[in-house]
Write a protein that binds this ligand. Structure first.
Ligand code: PHE
Length: 381
């Protein structure tokens, strides 16, 4: 009896082995791509919205026959909105899962951490939305499908000075955050160059919950506009507390970090009339965006955020590069990514420049009636 059982077990494992090596399971034939995102933690809508966009791209690509006749498989890892987990997850995806390329992150601080691992491991990474200049700088294996904060800060400053016609501006930002402080810096540089005056300049501690003292100081300086380049979770608190100290929300101008349905839910009324620079808005007047909007709404039954559109574009651009690559290896994919020209995305037409940044228009969005509404678009340089 015992021997017979052993014999059967032996046969079964032999059979499983044979199946696996013949590739019958088809699994081994899929192209493995990794994605590390903030699927939980303080910036969770960044991660989950981005994943929704990537999923749509995977679905469309596989339905159309995959890439080089193979299906693409995206393996998702949650970094819980922390830089430490971001590094660990990228290492896992490379060492354990042997991915050929990586998508992620959204927040610049985490793309910096994860990008270091991808770059030293020589596996190409494409961040959909990290705008801080340092993210791709000197890193041959790190690409982005968005503009940089040099461009974004410049556009925001020009908009405030030339379109809103304001000259006295305050700046309020998360002092230790790569994205927030970098964008504040590029805004200030450009605004001063244009002849404007920065009447108050304040950095706050990331994770702060009571901003009243700061807000009173900002108010006392009498700025016509306050530029606050931070993330939505902190902005909700700031906008609510600003109202209490008598600072009108329409005086605030922000950056792409404001893009979240949670901003509208939490402080849509307080921020009525405020503007921010972004990658996308559901009503941008671009043909490719309309196609994406319809497909996204069909699948998820709600409008896509900028993050979803960016996730979709980063994945589509990467899949396009894998398709053009001479073989499905990290090195060949890196080369194809660098050669990307006039890729038609939902967030605009983009080409990779020599520094691995996408050249594309910047959208200005206004908060109106608890909605993000397209106001205008500007090409940065
Ligand atoms: N640009 C932000 C960063 O670099 C991330 C972000 C992009 C947030 C788009 C919201 C929308 O950290």
């Amino acid at each position: 009896m015992l021997t017979r059982r052993l014999f059967t077990a032996g046969l079964t494992s032999l059979f499983v082995l044979a199946l696996a090596s013949s590739g019958c399971g088809k699994k081994s034939d899929e192209i493995p791509v990794g994605a590390y995102l903030s699927l939980s933690g303080s910036d969770s809508t960044f991660g989950t919205d981005t994943r929704d966009g990537i999923e749509l791209a995977v679905e469309e690509t596989n339905a159309a026959g995959g890439i080089k006749g193979r299906k693409v498989k995206v393996l998702y890892e949650d970094d819980k909105s922390t830089t430490q987990e971001a590094s660990q997850k990228v290492r896992q995806l490379i060492d354990r899962d042997k991915v050929v390329a990586i998508l992620g992150e959204v927040a610049s601080s985490r793309s910096l951490a994860g990008g270091l691992i991808a770059n030293t491991s020589k596996v190409p990474m494409v961040t959909p939305s990290s705008t801080a200049v340092e993210v791709t700088k000197g890193r041959e294996w790190v690409f982005r499908t968005c503009f940089t904060d040099d461009a974004q800060g410049e556009v925001a400053a020009k908009f405030v000075k030339n379109e809103m016609k304001k000259n006295k501006v305050g700046v309020f930002y998360a002092a230790q955050d790569t994205y927030s402080s970098g964008l504040a810096r590029s805004f200030k540089d450009e605004f001063k160059k244009l002849g404007g005056e920065i009447v108050v300049d304040k950095g706050y501690q990331k994770g702060e919950t009571n901003y009243t003292t700061y807000l009173n100081e900002l108010k006392a300086a009498g700025p016509e506009v306050i530029f606050v380049p931070n993330y939505y979770n902190e902005m909700v608190q700031i906008a609510r507390q600003a109202k209490q100290v008598g600072l009108d929300g329409s005086r605030f101008v922000g950056g792409d970090g404001w893009d979240s349905a949670n901003l509208i839910e939490g402080a849509g009324a307080e921020l009525e009339g405020a503007y921010f620079t972004n990658h996308y808005a559901p009503d941008v007047p671009w043909p490719n965006s309309k196609k994406f909007l319809a497909a996204f709404q069909g699948k998820y039954k709600h409008e896509p955020s900028s993050l979803s559109a960016q996730g979709y574009d980063a994945a589509m651009l990467l899949f396009d590069a894998i398709g053009r690559a001479t073989e499905v290896t990290p090195e060949a994919i890196r080369k194809a990514l660098a050669e990307t020209k006039d890729f038609q995305g939902a967030t605009g037409t983009m080409s990779m420049d020599a520094d691995r940044n996408a050249n594309k228009p910047i959208v200005v969005v206004q908060i109106k009636g608890k909605k993000f509404v397209y106001a205008t678009q500007v090409m940065a340089h």
